[in-house]
Design a protein around this ligand. Structure first.
Ligand code: MN3
Length: 206
């Protein structure tokens, strides 16, 4: 057991009423745990056991073909979910703060316009996948990825992301995924999102 399930910074019911307690519990202790377990199985007795998952994903072509797809699926799942838990909080600022506020306003015109564009990207994920705000060579962009594919595999750095697999909302919102996306905006940890942006940005422009 090398990769482990990260602890949540808040309790399962902390994101109520927007994300329900049962969904959080199952999502974290069952779904995410399976990604961790299957990743461990895939990299067992290889050098990848001792590496950081994000570094592995950034260099995915160096992973031998016989285990590569397993690492993409379960390593991506582990990385994406670890990221996702961090960008949510019961103490959301509701609107972006700091540097990311300035950049979002600059690139998308306003926070409202960004929110609309991002929500649209999330709602048009067909099948299972994610919508992301990423930095691509220093530029903010909204993209989708399929399944558990990580933006890191294309050298794109996640700043904000939403899980668009049905397991993220079905217990509470059922068929109404629009309601899930709408609710999700109330639990974003903009402090963390701003840190994600500053960290990647300073790496690029130092
Ligand atoms: Mn999920």
């Amino acid at each position: 057991m090398v990769f482990t399930l990260p602890k949540l910074d808040y309790s399962f019911n902390a994101l109520e009423p927007y994300i329900d307690s049962k969904t959080m519990e199952i999502h974290h202790t069952k779904h995410h745990q399976v990604y961790v377990d299957k990743l461990n199985l895939a990299v067992k007795e290889t050098k990848f056991e001792n590496m950081n998952i994000n570094d592995i994903l950034k260099n995915i072509k160096k992973v031998p073909e016989n285990i590569r797809q397993q690492v993409i699926n379960h390593g991506g799942g582990h990385s994406n979910h670890s990221f996702f838990w961090k960008i949510m909080t019961p103490n959301s600022e509701i609107e972006p703060i700091g540097e990311i506020y300035k950049e979002i306003t600059k690139v998308f015109g306003s926070f409202e316009k960004f929110k609309e564009e991002f929500s649209n990207k999330a709602l048009t994920v067909f099948g299972s996948g994610w919508a992301w705000l990423i930095l691509d060579k220093g530029k903010l962009e909204i993209v989708q990825t399929k399944n558990q594919d990580s933006p890191l595999m294309e050298n794109k750095f996640p700043i904000l992301g939403i899980d668009m697999w049905e397991h993220s909302w079905y217990l509470k919102h059922m068929w109404n995924k629009g309601a899930y996306v709408k609710d999700w905006w109330n639990v974003i940890n903009w402090r963390q999102v701003n840190e994600n942006f500053k960290k990647q940005h300073s790496k690029l422009f130092k």
